[in-house]
Write a protein that binds this ligand. Sequence first.
Ligand code: IMP
Length: 203
Amino acid sequence: MKKLVFATNNSHKLEEVRALLREAGPEIEERFEILSLADIGCDVDIPETGMTFYDNALQKAEYVKVHYNLDCFADDSGLEVRALGMEPGVRSARYADDAGFTHNSDANMDKLLRNMTNIKERQAQFRAVIVLLMDGKRLEFEGVCRGEITRERSGSKGFGYDPVFVPEGHTVTFAEMAMEDKNVISHRGKAVRQLVKYLSTLE
Ligand code: IMP
């Protein structure tokens, strides 16, 4: 079985990715073991200082490659709100902290809803970029999920901005959907399915 590190300690992301691998079928699931940062004994909050999702994903993947010499992939993702000039973007996790250190989803959602109080145009999208460093190669996969920002929170599943995001063609927020249903349409689901498709082509 080939070990592949997913450079994250976000248990929601890890579960989403493992579920997508299971969904891809036993041939794939039995060939790859997905390890988290905790599984390889890495408890560092890897710096994300890039200007783009790609830069940050690459930074996280390279950290694992350099310090642990293991094949790995990393994702960076965030919410882009059209009326806010595509903010919070790469700053999504730390949006409410001007100094940029702490991640607090409640404070982030409060700030977002506050900043959008008088805004009628609610279009937004989640974007996820995955960088895979494997067998000496570097590959990139990307997924986007369009939707709208609600006026108040709804639902308790998921993480981050899920309670304030209704995906296009739906009437409930990500936080009111089962993980499997979110995975079908989510930005990370789309990017991970491309990654899994690539893995399934390998000998
Ligand atoms: P990172 O990709 O872990 O650096 O963080 C991205 C941030 O974007 C998260 O902390 C969330 O605030 C937000 N985000 C990314 N993907 C999702 C999602 O699927 N649901 C809700 N929020 C998300």
